[in-house]
Design a protein around this ligand. Structure first.
Ligand SMILES: Nc1ncnc2c1ncn2[C@@H]1O[C@H](COP(=O)(O)OP(=O)(O)O)[C@@H](O)[C@H]1O
Ligand SMILES: [Mg+2]
Length: 334
C-alpha cells in the first residue's frame, strides 16, 4: 500500500453570481440593489487517493468536476474545507508544489497559439526549471510515444485538434509531474485519437507511478483506464469505489441476447422480459438481474435456440441511472 497522494476533506466551493432581473426595470433595479445568488459548485466533498492510483471522476455537466480540479491545482480558493496534494495545500501555490503536478484541460489551451509547440515546451522548461539533460530526454520520449516529431515547429493554430491535444499533454508533462489532473483530455477527438491518448495515459500512470485524476464524458476512457471511480452530481459525491461495483450495485437488469434457429412466436417471447430488439433470428431482452439465469434456461427449454448470451447493460446506462437520483448520496465506509 502506498501513501496518500491526495486528500480532500469537507471541501466546498460556492460561487456568488449576480442575479439578473429581466427587462429594463430589472436592469435598473439590479444597478441599485445587486442581488447575488449562490451556486454551490462543490458542496462538502471528501475523498482520498493513494499514490499511483488512476481514478475516474465522472458526473454530468455542471456537477463540479472542473471546480474540484481547479481547487486541487490551486487555481481556485475553496470556500471552506481542506485539501492536500502530495502534502501541499494547493492554493498556497508554493513553487515546490507547482513543480510536482500537471493539469490538462481539454477545453482550454496552455500552448501559445501563434507559436510552434516547441516554443511553449522551452518556456515551460524555464518556468519549471527542468535541467537540460532531463528535458531533452523526457521530450524525446514523449514525442516518440505520441508520434508528433513532425509538427514541433508548426504554428499551433495550424495543427489539428488531436495534434494539439498531444502537444498539450507534452507541455503538461515535461517537468515529469507525480500528480496529473486530466480534465476531459479526449473531448472532441476522433475514436482513433481517443485510443492513442488513452494508451498514453495508461502508460504514463504505469511507468511513472503517477497519480492521476481523469474526467471524461467517454465511458470508454473510464472503462479502460479506471478501476476506481468517483461519481459526483450537483457538487455531492454519489459513489466512490470500484467501477465494477457500480454495475453490481446499481444495474437492476441484465440483457439476454438470443439467436433462434427457426421462427418463433414473438408474443410468447414477450412473456420472458422486455424486448429491446427483435429481428429474426436475433432478439434482445432485458430481464431483472436476479432472474437472468433462470430466464435464459427457460428460453433454451422453450424455443429453438442457436445461441444465448447474458450481459450487463452498458455502463453509460447504469451511470445515468445513478444520476437520475434514485440513489441516496453514498460514501464509501471508512
Ligand atoms: N467561475 C464561476 N462562476 C460562477 N459559477 C461557476 C463558475 N465556475 C463554475 N461555476 C458553476 O459551478 C457549477 C460546477 O461547474 P463545473 O465545476 O465546471 O462542472 P463540471 O466540470 O462538472 O461540468 C456549475 O453550476 C457552474 O455553472
Ligand atoms: Mg468541466
Amino acid at each position: 500500500m502506498g501513501k496518500n497522494a491526495i486528500e480532500v476533506r469537507h471541501l466546498k466551493k460556492y460561487f456568488k453570481v449576480l442575479q439578473k432581473e429581466t427587462g429594463l426595470v430589472g436592469s435598473f433595479k439590479s444597478l441599485i440593489a445587486r442581488k447575488y445568488e449562490e451556486v454551490q459548485a462543490i458542496n462538502n466533498i471528501d475523498f482520498t487517493i493513494r499514490e499511483g492510483e488512476l481514478v475516474g471522476f465522472i458526473g454530468p455537466n455542471g456537477a463540479g468536476k472542473t471546480t474540484t480540479l481547479k481547487c486541487l491545482s490551486g487555481l481556485l480558493y475553496p470556500t471552506s474545507g481542506e485539501a492536500r496534494v502530495l502534502g501541499f495545500i494547493p492554493w498556497e501555490r508554493r513553487p515546490e508544489f507547482q513543480k510536482q503536478f500537471g493539469l490538462v484541460m481539454g477545453q482550454k489551451n496552455q500552448l501559445w497559439w501563434d507559436l510552434p509547440p516547441m516554443e511553449t515546451f522551452t518556456l515551460n522548461k524555464e518556468i519549471y526549471e527542468v535541467p537540460d539533460g532531463q528535458f531533452q530526454q523526457t521530450l524525446k520520449r514523449l514525442v516518440r510515444l505520441l508520434d508528433v516529431g513532425g509538427i514541433l515547429k508548426t504554428q499551433v493554430r495550424k495543427l489539428s485538434l488531436g495534434q494539439r491535444m498531444k502537444c498539450e499533454l507534452i507541455a503538461a508533462l515535461l517537468h515529469s509531474p507525480k500528480v496529473l489532473f486530466l480534465d476531459e483530455p479526449t473531448i472532441g477527438l476522433d475514436v482513433v485519437m481517443q485510443k492513442v491518448m488513452r494508451d498514453f495515459i495508461k502508460e504514463y500512470n504505469r511507468e511513472f507511478k503517477a497519480t492521476i485524476i481523469l474526467t471524461s464524458h467517454y465511458m470508454d476512457d473510464v472503462r479502460e483506464l479506471c478501476e476506481r471511480v468517483i461519481i459526483i452530481n450537483e457538487g455531492t459525491i454519489l459513489y466512490d469505489g470500484k467501477l465494477q461495483e457500480v454495475v453490481n450495485r446499481f444495474a437492476r437488469e441484465k440483457i439476454i441476447t438470443v439467436v433462434f434457429s427457426s421462427s418463433i412466436d414473438q408474443r410468447k417471447l414477450a412473456e420472458f422480459g422486455n424486448i429491446r430488439e427483435y429481428e429474426f433470428p436475433k432478439a434482445q431482452l432485458t430481464v431483472p438481474r436476479t432472474e437472468a439465469a433462470k430466464k435464459a434456461a427457460k428460453l433454451l427449454e422453450e424455443f429453438p435456440v442457436a445461441d444465448v448470451v447474458i450481459e450487463e447493460p452498458p455502463i453509460e446506462a447504469i451511470i445515468r441511472e445513478v444520476f437520475t437520483g434514485r440513489m441516496k448520496p453514498f460514501q464509501k465506509p471508512k
